[in-house]
Design a protein around this ligand. Structure first.
Ligand code: PXP
Length: 259
């Protein structure tokens, strides 16, 4: 299992103060030393976390492959092609969201993604699409000639949190909070089943399968059991733990779980 460390959250902390500290670039050497396989960054259209200068400096200095997440937008793809990362992951973006909510709808965005797929192919950049675990989306990813899919694990992670974390700390729909625990267990089983089936069908179509969003030190083990998933992109939980034990240790702790 490969580990991509999403270092956006370092820029989130910096932007809370609008100063130049902490610098996400300082993380790239640490990620490598700790056994991370890839750096993931999300250059948002509104640049609210990582900015163009961060992306350029990270690209110039990182000795690990860079997975650049960005919206399905012509201007963003132009920037992505100039930055020339190893992979571009297309994600849906809404300005008002706190983080990426839901996967990219490849049916709705087919035309746009088709054009982008050709541009990235010409630029020799791998294409990944961040999608919900759903058979239609996987078929679309295949017909768009994506190299990768990244399965959105957010629903699974939310249900897991409702079952096993302090409910008061999670912000989920009231309807779901009111579900009896048995129903939540069934929902969790179904969410895992969807991820498992999706990973298997993507793999059988020749797509490489990554997963991410909301994964942490507790819920990651179930995802590691899905053999077809060969890469996880994890940010929030690693950066949160790093406050208490340092980034290198936080990454090593996660690495140790990805067997
Ligand atoms: N993968 C994608 C495509 C994402 O958008 C994000 C969130 O930025 C992640 C993985 C990492 O999610 P988290 O920060 O919840 O670990």
């Amino acid at each position: 299992m490969q580990l991509g460390v999403n270092i956006d959250h370092i820029a989130v902390l910096r932007e809370a103060r609008k100063i130049n500290d902490p610098d996400p670039l300082d993380a790239v050497g640490i990620v490598k030393r700790a056994g991370g396989d890839q750096i993931t960054i999300h250059l948002r259209e509104d640049r609210r976390h990582i900015n163009d200068d961060d992306a350029r400096r990270i690209m110039e200095n990182a000795t690990l492959p860079i997975n650049l997440e960005c919206a399905c937008d012509e201007a963003m793809i132009e920037i992505a092609c100039k930055l020339n990362p190893y992979r571009v992951t297309l994600v849906p973006e809404k300005r008002e969201e706190v983080t990426t909510e839901g996967g990219l709808d490849l049916i709705k965005n087919f035309q746009k993604v088709d054009t982008i797929a050709k541009q990235l192919k010409d630029a020799h950049i791998e294409l990944s699409v961040f999608i919900d675990p759903n058979a239609y989306q996987i078929k679309m990813a295949k017909s768009l000639q994506a190299n990768w899919i990244e399965l959105h694990t957010g629903s699974y992670a939310n249900i897991y949190a409702m079952l096993f974390s302090n409910l008061a700390k999670t912000k989920h729909s009231i309807d779901e909070l009111e579900l009896p625990r048995d129903a939540l267990h069934i929902k969790l089983k179904n969410a895992l089943e969807e991820l498992d089936q999706s990973a298997k069908s993507a793999c059988s179509l020749g797509l490489k399968v990554a997963a991410g969003h909301g994964l942490n030190y507790q819920n990651v083990t179930n995802i590691c059991a899905i053999k077809e998933i060969t890469e996880l992109n994890i940010g929030q939980s690693i950066i949160a733990r790093s406050i208490f034990c340092g980034l290198e240790q936080a990454i090593k702790d996660m690495r140790d779980l990805l067997v």
